[in-house]
Design a protein around this ligand. Structure first.
Ligand code: NAD
Length: 248
């Protein structure tokens, strides 16, 4: 069991069929005690319960520093340690540059980028005291190819920011044995993408992917497991593309 007795917080893990939910199930399967953290408490608790016993569902908005501190305090109260953080909570908006309103720019940057910073700021001191940990940050292929599939330019910018933040934190906290790595998924079938693709566009996209299919949430979950576990013990600051070869 790759994550035996590790405590892992996964943000945005309460969606019906998202990457966070798949990652929670994968981590639980590999022995972790999982904290499902999301906006809606009932949904978070429901997903935590679905993982079996010994897991926790908590409500916190990743843009709310106080709510995050309360959630981290609850996790410490319950388990006494935090080994893994997956910064998965994210939102997108399919608009073009000239259509981006100031409040939408702020909203997209806030959840995707500042949320990643705030969660990391809350968890890193715990990991420092413990002598190490692993943080996995969800970026996107949109950061690498300038969007164009389902995210707007502000989403691409936020996810590119996540890559910079990941590398900066990896450099800063390497001496504390805290590894920080990023995932850049391609097009994964989840709630975030479900409503945004017509059949014709979908086929065109699939034709452009060497592996000939959209990604599954489990494809990303397995990559997250690798980065969270000791299998990747000498990797920090890397970007792992989970995109079926989309960028070749
Ligand atoms: P999803 O919409 O299925 O799940 C996102 C979850 O984040 C939801 O449960 C939502 O409630 C939660 N959330 C949103 N705002 C929050 C906030 N402020 N605080 C706490 N939780 C919040 O999304 P998904 O498709 O599973 O995507 C997961 C991550 O992967 C996101 O960061 C996304 O940008 C990234 N990603 C997804 C794809 C894809 O194709 N689906 C591709 C590349 C990157």
């Amino acid at each position: 069991m790759l994550l035996n007795d590790k405590v892992a917080i996964i943000t945005g893990a309460a969606s019906e069929r998202g990457i966070g939910r798949a990652t929670a199930a994968c981590f639980a399967h590999h022995g972790a005690r999982v904290v499902v953290l999301d906006l809606d408490e009932a949904a978070a608790q429901r997903n935590a319960l679905a993982l079996g016993s010994g897991h926790l569902g908590l409500a916190a908005n990743v843009t709310d520093a106080e709510a995050i501190q309360r959630a981290v305090a609850q996790v410490m109260n319950e388990y006494g340690r935090i080994d893994v953080l997956v910064n998965n909570a994210g939102i997108t908006q399919p608009v073009k540059t000239l259509e981006i309103a100031a409040e939408d720019y702020n909203r997209i940057l806030d959840v995707n980028l500042r949320g990643t910073l705030l969660m990391s700021q809350a968890v890193i001191p715990v990991m420092q005291r413990q002598g190490g940990g692993s943080i996995v940050c969800l970026s996107s292929v949109s950061a690498q190819r300038g969007g164009g599939i389902f995210g707007g330019p502000h989403y691409s910018a936020a996810k590119a920011g996540v890559l910079g933040l990941t590398k900066a934190m990896a450099r800063e906290f390497g001496p504390d044995q805290i590894r920080v790595n990023a995932l850049t998924p391609g097009l994964i079938q989840t709630d975030i993408t479900g409503g945004l693709l017509h059949d014709e566009r979908r086929h065109a996209i699939i034709d452009s992917i060497p592996l000939g299919r959209l990604g599954a949430a489990d494809d990303v979950a397995h990559a997250a497991l690798f980065l969270a576990s000791d299998l990747s013990s000498y990797l920090t600051g890397i970007t792992l593309d989970v995109n079926g070869g989309m960028l070749i």
